[in-house]
Structures are given as C-alpha cells and as structure tokens.
Design a protein around this ligand. Structure first.
Ligand SMILES: Cc1cc2nc3c(=O)[nH]c(=O)nc-3n(C[C@H](O)[C@H](O)[C@H](O)COP(=O)(O)OP(=O)(O)OC[C@H]3O[C@@H](n4cnc5c(N)ncnc54)[C@H](O)[C@@H]3O)c2cc1C
Length: 248
C-alpha cells in the first residue's frame, strides 16, 4: 500500500468515464490520481442534449470542465501524463510518456479511450480488436483478467454516449471499492436522522447532514452554477483529427 496505508487508485484518462470514476474512488477514501493524457472526445461535440439534468442541453466543454472541477473537489488529483506502459505487479507501475517518471498504484482503472496500446504487453488482459478500434475485455462490473485492474467507458466497449460512460465510470469505481478492504455501503448524503433515528449506524460511504448544512450546501451550489453559467463558454468544438489540416 502507498501513502500511510491509504490505497491508491490511479485512473488513466480524464474524460467522462475517468473523471466520474475518480470522483467515486476519492469519495470512498482512496488516494486518487486521474491522469490526463489529452482531451476528452466530448470536446468535439456541438451541444450536449442528452445528459440528465440539462433540459435545454449544455455546452460540452462547460460540462467537461465542471466534471473535472467536481472530481477535484471530491478529493482526487488530476495530473498531466500520458501512459505508455503498465507493469501489473503489486503495486502496479505506470510508465508515463516522457519516460522519466513512473507512478505506483494499488488499483488502476483504464478509461483512456481510444488508447489501449500500453495494455498489449500485460499478461491476463484481453483486448478485443474491432476494425480500427481496440476495446478492453471486462466482466459485467469492469474487471479485467488482472486483479485490481479495471476498465471503464468507451474503451470497455460501452455505447458511445456520455451518460452511459459516466455511469459506467461510477459502476466500475464502486466495483473496485467493493473488491477492496475499504468498507462501503452506498455513496449517499441523507438528511440528519435518516439512519440514526431508526437506531442504525451511519453506513460506510454515507453521510447525514442537518438542515442548516443542507441549506448551506444548496446556497453554495446555486452560487457556483450561477457563476459557471453566467457567460457562454469561450471554447470551440475540437474538429475531427482528419480535418485538422484542412485536407479532410
Ligand atoms: C463529435 C462527437 C459528438 C458527440 N456528441 C455526443 C452527444 O451529443 N451525446 C452523448 O451522449 N455523447 C456524445 N459523444 C460521445 C461522448 O463524447 C463519448 O461517448 C464519451 O466522451 C466517452 O467517454 P470516455 O471517458 O470513455 O472517453 P473520453 O471522454 O474521450 O475520455 C478518454 C480520456 O482518456 C485520455 N487518454 C487516452 N489515452 C490516454 C493515455 N494513454 N494516457 C492518459 N490518458 C489517455 C483521452 O485524452 C481522454 O481525455 C460525442 C462524441 C463525438 C466525437
């Protein structure tokens, strides 16, 4: 174990699935690093209209920025780094692009659509070749054939939709937590007394908050969203790589 017995989870890829997975492992108490090796493919979208909670849709770049902010706010660190190699020992050792740095992890979630190349030399990981795309073979909770190594989102062959990949990131992170020694029930925030007034302990992963705290959190949430949506996002959609030089 790394860092004073706190298990470390490294998520490869700071896109929709990876950022959501990192939110859940961090909230469960894992020392969580989300490695950002490039931008989410969602930044190519023109207007995101099918993610729950946004009746008139939302700018996709705004959505990804807020998702990253949420991941960090919940305790994960987002660090720059593109993974080029993975040694599936105990702990895992991740090799980063510049070749000079390595990262150790007790658990790894692969969420690096569309790069699975660094898994080719890892014994026990199944890769599924479908035309020009490579997917990671996982079970129904995102486990690969290697203990402690998971895959989430599009790279795990999930449908190419934001809500599905975000949901899968959450599901896979929870599978990781459940497979670990870290106690967990559900990741829930509930009103004061919801468990304790029934004589129950607050289950691991849950939090009871009183009315004052609930109202404080709502006020903070309103202020943050008003600020975030005050102006249009300055970013433009990224074009398809084949169109970048104008020849496509
Ligand atoms: C043009 C376009 C429009 C779309 N519109 C919609 C839409 O309207 N509604 C909808 O639901 N979905 C839409 N999608 C689909 C949506 O963007 C994807 O399904 C979703 O982003 C997949 O999430 P993911 O986390 O698996 O991949 P991504 O969000 O792409 O995240 C993967 C991350 O991993 C990083 N990465 C890759 N390799 C490495 C490596 N070796 N090391 C470290 N990091 C690495 C990538 O740079 C990226 O940041 C659209 C996609 C495109 C291309």
């Amino acid at each position: 174990m790394s860092e004073a017995e706190t298990p470390r989870a490294v998520v490869i890829g700071a896109g929709v699935a990876g950022l959501t997975a990192g939110t859940f492992t961090a909230r469960a108490g894992f020392d969580t690093i989300v490695l950002s090796g490039g931008e989410s493919i969602l930044r190519r979208n023109a207007h995101l209209e099918n993610v729950p909670g946004f009746p008139a849709g939302v700018d996709a770049r705004r959505f990804v920025d807020l998702l990253a902010e949420q991941t960090e706010r919940n305790g994960a660190r987002i660090e720059s780094g593109r993974v080029t190699g993975l040694d599936a020992g105990a702990p895992f050792v991740l090799e980063l692009e510049d070749g000079s740095s390595e990262l150790r992890a007790d658990y790894v979630i692969v969420a690096s659509w569309s790069d699975a190349s660094y898994l080719r030399s890892v014994p026990g990981v199944g890769l599924l070749e479908r035309g020009s795309k490579t997917y990671v073979d996982v079970d129904e909770r995102g486990r690969t054939g290697v203990e402690g190594l998971y895959a989430a989102g599009r790279i795990a062959e999930k449908p190419h939709q934001t809500v599905v990949c975000a949901g899968h990131g959450a599901e896979v992170a929870i599978a990781l937590v459940e497979d670990s020694e870290v106690p967990f029930y559900h990741d829930w925030v509930v009103p004061e007394g919801y468990f304790t007034d029934r004589g129950r302990e607050i289950p691991p992963g849950c939090e009871e908050i009183d009315e004052a705290e609930r109202k404080r959190r709502e006020r903070e949430s309103i202020a943050r969203m008003q600020d975030a949506f005050e102006e249009p996002h300055p970013g433009e959609p990224t074009t398809h790589p084949s169109l970048e030089d104008g020849s496509g």
